[in-house]
Design a protein around this ligand. Structure first.
Ligand code: MN
Length: 216
C-alpha cells in the first residue's frame, strides 16, 4: 500500500501566533511529508509493502521503523493540536487527578519531561497495561506502541517543531503548545480505552467530536 500524508485538521495559519504558518508549512509540508515519501520508497518490494502503519511499526527496524513511526507520531501530534480552546473534563480530568494529583502537577510533569528530553524526541501521555496514565519521553522515533501503551497525546520536541518561532528556547514553545492541546482528542482516545474499544490508529477515526459531551 501507499501511505499518504494526512490532511491537517486546521488551516496552516490557525495556530498563530503560537505556532506560525511557516512552521506548520515546513513541519507538515516538508518534514512530515518527507517521512511519508521516504517510507513509501523504503517499503517498495519488501514484506512491509502490504502492511498498515501500525504493523510496520511493530515489525520493522532501522530506517523503515523510523520513517513509519515518524509518520504515526506526526499524525498523532497534528491531530492533537487545535486553536479551539478546550480543557480536560470528566473521566480524563478524574484520571489525571488520580495519577498526577492535580492538573497543574500533570502539566508541570509533562512539560518538564519535554524540556529535559535530551536531543530529539517525543513526550507521550499514554495508558499503561494497568490502566494508569503515564508520561514517556521517547528519543528519536521511538513509539509507545512498543511499550504496550495506549497513546492519548503527544508533544513533538524535535527542534524542527519550534526552531523557526522560538529558536533554541524549547521551554517557550512548550508553554504555547500547552494552550493548543486538543483535549477533545485526548478525551476521545481515553473514552475508547475505557470502553474497551480498541482503535488501532485513532487519528484515522477521530472526527473532532468529544464523546464525553455526547455521553453526558
Ligand atoms: Mn516533527
Amino acid at each position: 500500500m501507499t501511505h499518504t500524508l494526512m490532511k491537517l485538521p486546521f488551516d496552516e495559519g490557525a495556530l498563530e501566533p503560537y505556532i506560525s504558518k511557516e512552521t506548520v508549512q515546513y513541519h507538515h509540508g516538508k518534514h512530515h511529508a518527507g517521512y511519508v515519501n521516504k517510507l513509501n520508497t523504503l517499503i517498495r518490494g519488501t514484506v512491509y509493502e502490504p502492511m498498515g502503519l501500525v504493523e510496520i511499526i511493530q515489525k520493522a527496524e532501522a530506517g523503515i521503523f523510523n520513517n513509519a513511526s515518524q509518520v504515526y507520531n506526526h499524525d498523532f501530534y497534528f491531530t492533537g493540536l487545535s486553536s479551539k480552546p478546550s480543557a480536560p473534563l470528566g473521566i480524563l480530568l478524574e484520571r489525571i487527578e488520580r495519577d498526577f494529583c492535580s492538573l497543574d502537577q500533570f502539566k508541570d510533569t509533562f512539560l518538564q519531561a519535554a524540556a529535559n528530553l535530551f536531543g530529539s524526541g517525543w513526550v507521550w501521555l499514554s495508558v499503561d497495561k494497568e490502566g494508569k496514565l503515564v508520561i514517556d519521553t521517547l528519543s528519536n522515533a521511538n513509539s509507545p506502541l512498543l511499550l504496550e501503551r495506549t497513546p492519548l497525546l503527544v508533544c513533538d520536541v524535535w527542534e524542527h517543531a519550534y526552531y523557526i518561532d522560538y529558536r533554541n528556547v524549547r521551554a517557550d514553545y512548550l508553554e504555547k503548545y500547552w494552550d493548543l492541546v486538543n483535549w477533545d482528542f485526548v478525551s476521545h482516545n481515553l473514552t475508547n480505552y475505557v470502553k474497551g474499544k480498541y482503535i488501532e490508529f485513532p487519528c484515522d477515526e477521530y472526527s473532532g467530536a468529544c464523546e464525553f459531551s455526547e455521553d453526558k
